[in-house]
Design a protein. Structure first.
Lengths: 107, 1005, 414
């Protein structure tokens, strides 16, 4: 039962107050994209054992989407930030690097 | 023979006798007794039968770790199997029955299993019952199932009459375990100012310390405990709770507690149990330690008990097992001998596996005149249904000869102690092997991690491996103070109490007794008393290659009983390690899983049963439906009328009546459950163009347009009518089941992809009641209400208007899902019922009549309109439904466009929508498949189409159907063969899906 | 290999069971095998077994980073059924179910297949239509199922409450020849049979890399040295992504936690498996007497083998509502497994971009029932380069849009 903090309204709440939305920072490929790109966008996921960037919606709260950086092995949450960004904020990346020196980075 | 002592018993109140029955025999005990102490006090040693061999079983422990003394408790609807007598508080009128025997506890025919234990070894069933094949299902398995299973099943129709409560709690520091360590940890954290919760699973504070004769701060343990509890009760930031078992530690400090509020007060008002769901910043587990049995031949006979349990029964409940031989590998068990002796009981000998016993406790025993034999163990226990004696032998021998045989009633055994590390381990806390003390203890450097990556569980006292009372209190104080500090408390935690207890000499690791015991003895040494797993079984598992501790557990069922191995695990893995010739830590432990002790399923459910099982969404007209013959259909959390039954009708007759009435007079549909989402803002049109396959931005205010939504795979997800309210606002109608999902879907794209677009969405579904007024006389009825011009000219098909109808503010949409003249009227939810009543009243002479979802389905099917969930199933694209007209060719992009371009989606062989007409007029079975000759590579019949909707049409007087058929629209007039029941084939002709009013005459009224 | 029988037990009993040998020995890895299978769970071991039995390929090693059968094989709710909707699913699950019927005899190891019957309750009109559709499809797929009415449901399951106030039981899809089996025994039985054919089953041997030359797999690096291979089969469920990464390709797979629980054992009171998908729960009673209960999966990536508590609450509620008499039984143990979910929730049995490397994964919440069929198909694919049962389950189906969507037939975990 995870504990997450919504970066929009600042509420720290039970997992049941949120709805998970899968891997974050996917780039959408629409008409005109090639098969590889479209397949990767739709299906291929990093599914890492370790640091994962994932979308959550504060579904039973403020209704806003945000992104959590979380370890899929220890479940530690390194931080959350609004979904309106194309890549993790530098501060979050620094936090993760400090805690997980072996982490290969976001890309 | 066990019996009640004439005096003593710190927990019982002899002034309050309580009556109970065991196997219908009337017995009595005292307030403060457990069922186990009361039974032993009455001389009832035999309590049940074991799982596999049906061997006689008596109490072995005094607490939650008890594997043997399980009974069926209560009667009728309150009957509950597998209750531990050791944790069941006695109450007046308690009724208990023993388990797992036939015909009786004393004489169990199934104990025949026990005559051939050499055949029923670990895993024997994997090796046999192989032939003949049919025998497994019909003969072997039923026998095995009946002989296993422990407690009786509650009656099939029994309904638990008790209530259960779910409670949320929050704490800075949650201390689990109310022994002296838990009290000390709570004191430290409480004094420091943290918000503290303290739970104790039994009905008493203080744990074992009073029984062990510990002195704390110069006073007897009991009085220190009393003052500690008083001090804690005096702190506003501390809450204490007895009878509350820490059941599970889950991720991020989520802890479950099972409080047995009224188990000992059956029938009392209020909940029987309470499930606590607590978020704690820090958790301290002060859960103590559990004594280990010793493995010697006959250690499972009733009367062989843990030394600590014997001590508990003597001191707490003034119950003695009788003349008791103590067998040990440590000093602690001497306390039992001393307690027995001081209570006036006979202790013929203490057999100590160690070569010498020179500590303070052995000395005290000697001073009391108890004979001590060192280097000695039990060769075997003598007796049948209870212990009658023991044969002793040299500990290092092979046990072929005994040194002495003694008569006795009981054997008190102690193989050392193991910290209770369950809660520490639930969430990933790691253990280390402490070879000096011969146990696994928590490794404080590898705790379970919380959401912030910091360890959030600490152990205190014996649970952390500090077995002595002095060390334990210091350890607990440190844990409490540190936890409080971690949560930001800044107060002074004070000082730990100081305990006085005799020094104890190290134990000797003894895993089987005697050390070189031969097979005949080893196959009588029980490890798991309930599941009948013996030393020889574990050794056999090792020989057969089940080397992983998990394999051995699963192969032998060691530790899989209702005590989950609390007594057997360490002994079992020590035996396994020995068999594999590897150190114990290399073998490791099995995984500790919640709950610590079993919790009632009813308590997990809480109040959510019956009408409260799930939230119920009700439309404003819900009560009217309920009062007018409704046959409900659950749709998500809504309930919608399937049909309204009139006197003498069955459902089908009602549906047919409703269909015909809507076609000839007026039907009313409660459409309030339809999703209604307001989409507004400068980019609203652009946004809807992305969401829908067709163009929405070109829709003019005052107009409606039907649209399709696909997911990114191109599969049809939802459909509905969009009304443009003004330049910047659209009202999106979705399916009933889709409203929340589609609203979430919109927000997903707006927030996560196109966050620079200026669009605002609101889900208004519950703000409006919506009623479809359908049928040739629909306009006449609405005109009667007055207030709006609803003429053909003023409000043409696919237009909408706002105004007042019969005094109610209304939006009227001129749309039709039935092919009839139809208006969908939305009014504020609060006025929905009044408006509904008004329509019924005003339309009485026009033949107004409500219809349900089934009539809705038929009306639309007669017109060939698709239904999401029938014609679509998550694998259908709009093109399959001949809805190409609703797929814009002008748009560069919309959700699903790229997905539809994939090779499988453009395959001309895809199954497409057609109508069907059975040649004999019958109704095709739902889901029937059209069959063609031959089979595929996997031997399955080849098919070329499938019925997606099939109904009896009262309008047409025959069966109608829609289907997806390979290249269907190109094959009009062809006759397909659909598979019916068994091998029957039903012939049906492919026709246009529009079967009624093909020219749409009726639509305009 | 010593054959198992009542007689063998009798003979051994007379000599204190000293004659039993290891069910599967623990050999040191050789330098090279014709085939290396990574993952000694049910699917991996079954693949090896049918490579030997059906295709005569016995120079095979099955390696595992932990103990065999320690993944989802040993932590599922043991349901075996084949009442799937789509043709490819019905084909492989029915093949599997039929292999289960004789598996104890084939392996000479009693895996306790118990064809007690599985029913899936219909509790909404929509669900009922879905099961009627499945019934029609199954009839043509050679899967023996039948939609039964509430009275027959009650007869088969006397403890059921048909008239719950929220979701009355409208009927059920009933597969009489479906059932359960002893999950660990399936892995152990296959491992023993593989060893008997001379294959190596090697535990505690983790893969650290995959070697290739010219686009063809050549070896795996392991914690016990490099092992050469002609062909490589990756059958590692939740860890498929990691292995695929080593082999240089990506998979449409995500790993999430699925939980289950058992009650304390009681005497037999329910003789069939009941799945209630509308309310998210399923239950059967094991031969030991425990109620074996499962429910929904978490929605976020997770490798902890623990799940979120609220799923347990939801499942237990659903089942207390369906079977009110269980309210006073107690939960003995709960646990989680890591299930690998694909984009359409159907499995992958496929060639991969790396020549000679094959993958079998994505069984999600329903892999146990598929073990024999999956092994059969995977072995054929590896031996011959194609297999009708595996055909539709190619990993390339996603890019082509050829989904195998079973959501109509099974709303939740199976």
């Amino acid at each position: 039962m995870l504990l997450l903090t919504c970066p929009h309204c600042g509420v720290t709440a039970e997992e049941t107050e949120f709805a998970p939305g899968g891997e974050a920072h996917l780039k959408r490929f629409g008409p005109g994209s090639d098969d590889d790109a479209f397949e990767a966008y739709m299906f291929n996921r990093k599914n890492p054992m370790g640091v994962h960037f994932e979308r959550w919606r504060h579904a039973y709260g403020c209704g806003k989407w945000f992104i959590a950086a979380r370890c899929t092995v220890t479940l530690e949450v390194f931080g959350t930030y609004p979904a309106q960004t194309t890549e993790p904020p530098a501060g979050i990346v620094e936090t993760i690097k400090a805690k997980r020196p072996e982490w290969e980075g976001y890309k | 023979m066990s019996r009640r002592l004439a005096s003593g018993g710190r927990l019982i109140d002899r002034a309050r006798p309580l009556k109970f029955t065991f196997n219908d025999q009337h017995m009595s005990g005292f307030a403060g007794d457990t069922l186990a102490s009361a039974m032993l006090g009455r001389g009832q040693v035999l309590a049940g039968r074991s799982f596999k061999y049906h061997r006689p079983r008596g109490v072995v422990a005094s607490g939650a770790e008890e594997p043997n003394a399980l009974v069926g408790l209560g009667k009728g609807e309150r009957f509950e199997p597998n209750q531990r007598t050791t944790t069941t508080e006695l109450f007046d009128g308690l009724s208990a029955t023993s388990q797992n025997h036939w015909p009786s506890l004393e004489f169990d025919l199934l104990a025949a299993n026990n005559l051939v234990p050499q055949f029923l070894t670990a895993g024997f069933y994997y090796k046999t019952f192989l032939r003949p094949r049919a025998f497994w299902k019909h003969v072997y398995e039923p026998i095995i199932r009946r002989s296993a299973g422990l407690g009786r099943a509650p009656d099939a129709e029994s309904r638990d009459p008790d209530r259960y409560e779910l409670v949320y709690g929050f704490a800075d520091v949650l201390v689990i375990g109310g022994g002296v360590a838990g009290l000390q940890a709570a004191l430290a954290a409480g004094r420091a100012g943290a918000r503290v919760m303290l739970w104790e699973q039994t009905a008493h504070w203080g744990g074992r310390a009073p029984v062990d004769g510990v002195e704390i701060d110069g006073q007897p343990a009991d009085s220190w405990i009393k003052s500690a509890v008083e001090a804690l009760e005096g702190m506003e930031n501390v809450s204490l709770r007895l009878r509350c078992m820490g059941a599970g530690v889950h991720d991020h400090g989520y802890v479950l507690g099972n409080e047995r509020v009224a188990d000992h007060l059956p029938g009392a008002s209020g909940p029987r149990q309470r499930l606590w769901r607590v978020r704690a910043d820090r958790v301290i587990t002060a859960t103590g330690a559990i004594e280990r049995p010793l493995s010697f031949a006959g250690n499972d006979l009733p009367g062989v008990m843990l030394a600590s349990a014997v001590r508990d029964y003597v001191v707490n409940w003034a119950v003695s097992p009788g003349r008791t031989v103590v067998v040990t590998n440590n000093d602690d068990a001497y306390r039992t001998a001393i307690a027995l002796k001081e209570a006036g009981e006979d202790v013929p000998v203490i057999a100590d596996a160690r070569d010498e016993a020179t500590g303070a406790l052995p000395q005290k025993a000697r001073d009391l005149g108890i004979r001590i034999m060192t280097g000695t163990g039990v060769q075997k226990v003598k007796g049948g249904k209870t212990v009658t004696g023991v044969a002793l032998c040299r500990i290092d021998s092979d046990g072929s000869t005994h040194t002495e045989v003694l008569d006795c009633d009981a054997v008190a055994m102690s193989g050392g102690w193991s910290p209770v590390v369950h809660l520490w381990s639930h969430c990933g806390g790691k253990l280390i092997w402490d070879d000096a003390q011969a146990f696994f203890r928590p490794d404080p450097d590898r705790p379970p991690l919380g959401h912030d990556g910091a360890g959030f569980v600490a152990c205190a006292g014996a649970a952390s491996g500090a077995l002595g009372a002095g060390d334990g209190l210091a350890d607990a104080h440190a844990a409490g103070a540190a936890a409080a500090r971690d949560t930001g408390a800044t107060g002074d935690a004070g000082h730990p109490a100081r305990a006085e207890a005799p020094e104890e000499a190290p134990l000797r690791q003894v895993w089987i007794m005697p050390a070189r015991a031969g097979y005949a003895l080893r196959m009588k040494m029980w490890l798991d008393f309930q599941n009948d797993v013996k030393v020889s079984d574990v050794q056999l598992a090792a020989r057969e290659g089940y080397h992983s501790v998990e394999h051995t557990k699963r192969y032998t069922t060691l530790g899989m009983a209702t005590d989950q191995g609390k007594l057997s695990n360490i002994n079992g893995l020590a035996v396994l390690s020995d068999a594999l010739d590897q150190p114990i830590p290399a073998t490791g432990t099995t995984t500790f899983r919640p709950p610590y002790t079993p919790i009632t399923l009813g308590a997990i459910s809480g109040e959510a049963k019956g009408d409260l099982f799930q939230p119920l969404r009700r439309t404003p007209m819900h009560d009217w439906h309920a009062a007018n013959g409704v046959h409900w259909e659950p749709v998500g959390q809504w309930r919608r009328p399937f049909a309204y039954l009139r006197a003498g009708e069955d459902v089908h007759q009602s549906v047919n009546r409703e269909v015909l009435n809507a076609r000839s007079n007026i039907g009313l549909l409660d459409a309030s459950t339809l999703g209604k989402i307001l989409v507004s803002g400068p980019d609203a049109g652009r946004f809807l163009d992305m969401l829908y396959t067709n163009m929405m931005s070109t829709l003019r205010p005052g107009k409606c347009r039907y649209g399709l939504m696909c997911n990114e795979n191109g599969f049809l997800m939802d459909d509905g009518v969009v009304a443009r309210l003004d330049e910047q606002s659209f009202l999106v109608h979705t399916t009933s089941g889709g409203a929340d999902h589609i609203h979430g879907w919109m927000e997903d794209w707006l927030q996560c992809e196109w966050w620079d677009w200026k669009v605002h969405t609101v889900n208004l579904t519950e703000q409006f009641a919506q009623i479809a007024v359908v049928g040739p006389k629909a306009r006449a009825l609405l005109e009667r209400l007055g207030g709006m011009d609803l003429s053909r000219e003023a409000l043409p098909f696919m237009g909408w208007a706002e105004g007042t109808l019969g005094g109610v503010r209304a939006r009227v949409f001129r749309i039709s899902f039935s092919g009839e003249l139809s208006f969908e009227v939305a009014v504020p939810a609060a006025q929905g019922r009044a408006f509904w009543d008004m329509l019924l009243h005003q339309g009485r002479d026009l033949g107004v009549m409500p219809y349900g979802t089934e009539a809705l389905h038929i009306l639309r099917a007669e017109k060939g309109f698709i239904m999401i969930g029938d014609e679509t199933d998550g694998t259908v694209i709009p093109q399959d439904l001949n809805l190409n007209w609703a797929i814009s060719k002008k748009k560069d992009d919309f959700l699903g466009k790229r997905g539809m371009e994939r090779v499988a989606m453009t395959d001309p062989d895809r199954w497409k929508l057609v109508g069907l007409e059975t040649l004999d007029g019958s109704v095709l079975p739902h889901g029937a498949l059209a069959v063609v000759e031959g089979v595929n590579a996997n031997g399955q019949a080849q098919t070329e189409g499938r019925v997606t909707s099939s109904y009896y049409s009262a309008t047409l007087g025959r069966g109608i159907a829609m289907a997806l058929v390979r290249r269907g629209p190109d094959r009009m007039g062809e006759v397909l063969r659909f598979a019916g029941a068994h091998d029957a084939r039903i012939e049906a002709r492919i026709v246009d899906p529009v079967l009624h009013d093909k020219d749409g005459e009726k639509l305009h009224g | 290999m010593k054959r198992y029988s009542a007689f063998a037990i009798f003979r051994e009993a007379l000599r204190q069971h000293q004659g039993w040998t290891e069910a599967w020995p623990s050999p040191e890895p050789r330098d090279r095998y014709d085939v290396v299978i990574v993952g000694a769970g049910g699917h991996g071991l079954a693949t090896a077994y049918y490579l030997g039995k059906n295709h005569g390929i016995t120079n095979v090693a099955v390696i595992d980073k932990g103990w065999l059968g320690g993944g989802n094989t040993g932590r599922n709710t043991t349901i075996i059924r084949s009442n799937y909707l789509q043709d490819p699913s019905a084909a492989i699950y029915e093949k599997s179910r039929s292999l289960y019927e004789t598996l104890s005899q084939d392996l000479n190891y009693n895996i306790m297949f118990s064809p007690r019957g599985v029913m899936m309750l219909a509790q909404t009109e929509h669900e009922k239509r879905g099961y009627l559709r499945t019934e029609r499809a199954n009839a043509l797929q050679g899967v023996d199922t039948r939609f039964i009415g509430p009275a027959e449901v009650k007869k088969l399951v006397p403890i059921i409450n048909l008239d719950g106030p929220r979701y009355p039981v409208l009927g059920a899809l009933w597969q009489a020849r479906a059932g359960t089996a002893r999950h660990d025994a399936v892995a152990w039985g296959y491992a023993r049979a593989c060893s008997a054919m001379g294959m190596h089953v090697i535990e505690q041997c983790a893969v650290t890399g995959v070697e290739s030359a010219g686009g063809q797999v050549t070896a795996v690096n392991t914690t016990r040295g490099t092992i050469g291979c002609g062909k490589l089969g990756i059958v590692v469920a939740g860890h498929s992504g990691k292995l695929a990464d080593m082999a240089g390709f990506r998979l449409p797979v995500e790993s999430v936690a699925l939980q289950a629980l058992v009650s304390e054992p009681i005497k037999p009171c329910i003789d069939v498996v009941v799945m209630a998908n509308t309310v998210h729960g399923y239950m059967s009673q094991s031969d030991k007497g425990e109620m074996v209960i499962g429910g929904g999966a978490d929605g976020y990536n997770n490798y902890t083998q623990r799940g979120s508590w609220h799923h347990i609450e939801e499942t237990v509620r659903a089942l207390c509502e369906t079977f009110p008499m269980i309210s006073r039984l107690k939960m003995l143990r709960q646990w989680g497994g890591i299930v690998d979910m694909t984009g359409d929730r159907s499995p992958i049995i496929s060639k991969t971009p790396l020549e000679g490397c094959f993958i079998n994964c994505g069984w999600g919440t329903g892999g146990f029932k598929a073990i024999p069929g999956s092994g059969w198909a995977m072995a054929e694919l590896m031996a011959k380069g194609n297999a009708p049962l595996a055909d539709a389950f190619s990993m390339y189906r996603f890019r082509e849009g050829r989904f195998i969507d079973e959501s109509v037939a099974a709303g939740v975990a199976h």
